[in-house]
Ligand binder design. Sequence first.
Ligand code: GTP
Ligand code: SPV
Ligand code: MN
Length: 601
Amino acid sequence: MKANQTVKVNHKELVKWVLDMAKMCNPDRIVWIDGSQKQKKELEREAFKTGELIQLNQKLLPGCIYHRTAVNDVARTEHLTFICTPDKEEAGPTNNWMSPEEGYARAGAIFKNSMIGRTMYVIPFSMGPINSEFSKIGVELTDSIYVVLNMLIMTRAGDKVLRFLGEKGQFTKCLHGKAERDINKRLILHFPNDNTIWSVGSGYGGNVLLGKKCLSLRIASFLGKHEGWLAEHMLIIGIEDKSGKTTYIAAAFPSACGKTNLAMLIPPEGLKKKGYKVWTVGDDIAWMRVKQDGSLWAINPESGFFGVLPGTNTKTNANAIATMQRNTIYTNVLLKEDGTVWWEGADGPVPERGVDWTGKPWTPYLKDENGAPVKGANPNSRFTAPIKQCPTASPLLDSPEGVPISALVFGGRRARLAPLIYESFNWQHGVFTGSIMASEITAAQYGAQGTVRRDPMAMIPFCGYNMGDYFAHWLKIGKELKNKPGIFHVNWFRTDADGRFLWPGFGDNLRVLEWIIKRCDGQVNAQKTPIGYVPLKEDIDLEGLEIDKKDMEELLKVDKSEWKSEVEDIKNFYDKFGTRMPAELLEELDALKKRLEQPDN
Ligand code: GTP
Ligand code: SPV
Ligand code: MN
């Protein structure tokens, strides 16, 4: 086994772990990732040679590359994702559980000799700006160049991290191997007590970019509980008004429910004269702490976007399109003859031909066995691009302090029930509001799409410990906050009887954020309903938007009978947590039930 030596690694525990893992996986070579352009280019060249990656048209898309994952490996596989703690209770009823012994043994058998003939790359990375009190260090071992190149965009990686780690710094041990990429030999395992992640048998984003969901949510939520902070599936956006004041909002929506789009929204025509500027801090993950000033501060631990492509175009998200014109990795989209890419809902005409995400020749006229059009891009195809390339990238991306959060927003994809926007009565009621979230399943995970599942705080796939304890942790954080952010709930996805979205969404969502900011500043009144405060009609600025009055009424409607049956569903969900369910939330559910039974006045 040969190894390159970039900087001298003085961290004995790190070196021992790398060698132990190499002994198990048996790679031909070990290569330490230094973070240099030179090494990155070498790796790209190697992957172009083997066909792992395809170089795109360098005139039209400079620095851009293309990758296909295996056909059975296109989304997170939640049923193969486990929390491995000695006690099953620690993982709770919403996680898959395995004992650490079984986890190491089962995954170890798949890892064994799986890297023969391959290279093991060692990627030291930081989630968050190196040197910030928020940040955490990880080291990922992987046999995939695709993973290395993604991690170089998504995290701060290379020698600078090793130098920061020094001789004894703490880090999360992240081991990834593609193995045979066989769904029957795939496991994504988290060992919170060992600060360790083992992922084997996949090559897809959220399963293998271990800094992302595995470290920054599952392991980080566990660390956050013990260290007193929050790791959340949230975007972070700053809205600057004419006076130069910026209000920061963090929002949790489930996968493929609009975080990336909201994080980089473009103000709609009708609101332009108000002079708002949008600043994108993050599109997927927020780490938040109560600081000495009694406020909640947040960083985005990532340095890149791993965003959904279908439906993304200059009309829906011009900032995303601008971001991905260079230095971007395109995964599972249609490859066009001119060496550029396309996906359903992209700009411009539908190409006459290309090679689809599975590697087959494609035309728009192809039909599958059910007569439905064959898609050129996978519904969960994605781009990986540096946040700094986003035209609205916040100047505070590298600030070790983070940004102060004025409002927290929860939201799901609900055709019915949840109104466009409502505000919680207070922090405890806000935690309740987050805990009763539900959303339709999307293509971002393997499973039955469209069915509604309960997804508290958009964290159901990502909470690394018992969610009953997680709710209690949220309540505790509230007690520490002197300046509590307002807590809101939005739903961009309410439809009419024909399945048409009632709300235009995208840039127009600023109209709703504006109301949130006004509520935080105490500028407008609201109407009290059993579920929370909803806006008075005149307080949502609809200038320049043609929306039917009836649609608007429907969007803000709270249907008591629908909510009454929802209460029953919530009760069943809460019951799963037994005695771990905080009494405060059971009281909130009871109070909601009572409010729904009161006659209208
Ligand atoms: P993850 O990266 O999976 O965590 O997802 P995300 O929450 O960042 O989702 P994203 O912003 O990529 O949106 C996913 C899908 O929702 C895309 O198909 C969008 O076109 C669609 N979408 C986003 N915002 C809106 C909106 O305001 N209204 C409607 N109708 N669709 C939206
Ligand atoms: C999600 O599924 O919520 C994502 C994409 O953001 S992944 O990295 O695959 O988790
Ligand atoms: Mn996500």
